[in-house]
Write a protein that binds this ligand. Structure first.
Ligand SMILES: NC(=O)c1ccc[n+]([C@@H]2O[C@H](COP(=O)([O-])OP(=O)(O)OC[C@H]3O[C@@H](n4cnc5c(N)ncnc54)[C@H](O)[C@@H]3O)[C@@H](O)[C@H]2O)c1
Length: 304
């Protein structure tokens, strides 16, 4: 299959590019490198802004996997991140609709659910609590607006990713921040009381799920992509201390509009794409520690 991945130098994009190429797919990897990182870039990376793509650039491409974004929730409260993602996603949808490509798979986020009780299913309403989440919700609405305008063989699918972690994740996210603190025998900073829960998926499991979607003849309009298991941030910190044998916990001020719990309802994914054997948390943390030092040997100049 001929694929285009945007955001291909990013955390998820680089892992997905590598896995799909290893599986024999022809992957065009594109990223404007606006988020810098020492993570190895995919070979033959096209350094380019998504907003410069034309429909002719998609000639010969069957499926576009659109991951490019500024994913920082806190930064989206400043001017910039929200507007960036909206214009990038709008351009991607518009360009795809005018192209000969057949499928567009777009990355949305569990953040669109906001504060709700219980496992979050795809029919739960949008209740965004940040500009970032509002942008992702707007993208989902744009996709719905464009669907009836597409050629019959064209489809747009939305995948709502939950928190993904792994060795190549940038150090500002909670898992690497805890691992780095423990490695330096520093306190692990838990925001608020630490009772907020997150659905954590190891990158290898996320890549498995995305590959299942891409290899299936069925592209769902919206599907969750998480583990279906959530862990509180305090329990995560305790797991990091258990696995590393180092570190202590300290509490800091809670984040603006913090969401109490994210847990994916994975029934739709499992029914359509099959069950996934998720790695246990302690095991995923251990492999993340083992593989992490090969990339994150020094602080980065990321804009996130
Ligand atoms: N990582 C997670 O846990 C998670 C959770 C929910 C949703 N998502 C979504 O999944 C997608 C991928 O996330 P990630 O963790 O790999 O993020 P990332 O920040 O590691 O990668 C995003 C990449 O997009 C690139 N980019 C940004 N704007 C661009 C543009 N205009 N043109 C070309 N490239 C551009 C950046 O340079 C970066 O390399 C994002 O859309 C994100 O919002 C991620």
């Amino acid at each position: 299959m001929d694929l285009l991945i945007t955001g291909a130098a990013g955390f998820i994009g680089s892992a997905l590019t590598q896995a799909l190429r290893a599986a024999g797919h022809a992957v065009t990897a594109l990223d404007d490198l606006s988020v810098t990182s020492p993570r190895p870039q995919p070979e033959h990376l096209q350094v380019r802004d998504v907003r410069s793509l034309t429909s002719e650039d998609l000639d010969g491409i069957d499926t576009v996997i659109h991951l490019a974004a500024d994913k920082s929730v806190p930064r989206s409260f400043d001017i910039g991140g929200f507007e960036h993602n909206i214009t990038v996603d709008r351009h991607m949808i518009h360009t795809f609709a005018a192209s000969r490509a057949r499928r567009l798979l777009m990355a949305s986020s569990c953040e669109v659910y906001g504060q709700q009780n219980g496992p979050l299913s795809e029919i739960s309403p949008h209740a965004p609590r940040s500009p970032y989440a509002t942008g992702k919700a707007a993208t989902e609405h744009l996709a719905a607006i464009y669907r009836p305008l597409l050629r019959t063989e064209q489809q747009i699918g939305i995948v709502r990713l939950f928190n993904t972690f792994g060795p190549d994740e940038a150090p500002d996210a909670v898992v690497p921040a805890f691992l780095d603190a423990a490695a330096q025998n520093q306190p692990l900073s838990v925001e608020g009381d630490g009772g907020q829960a997150r659905d954590l998926t190891h990158i290898d499991d996320a890549v498995t799920m995305l590959s299942r979607i891409l290899n299936s003849p069925q592209l769902l309009s919206v599907v969750n992509c998480g583990s279906g298991r959530s862990v509180t941030i305090r329990a995560l910190a305790e797991a990091v201390i258990r696995v590393t044998g180092r570190g202590t916990i300290t509490h800091t001020t809670p984040r603006t509009n913090e969401i109490r719990s994210f847990t994916a309802d994975m029934r739709l994914f499992t029914t359509v794409y099959g069950p996934v054997s998720f790695r246990p948390l302690d095991q995923s943390l251990a492999t993340t520690i083992r593989d992490r030092s090969r990339v994150w040997t020094k602080p980065i100049g990321a804009r996130l």
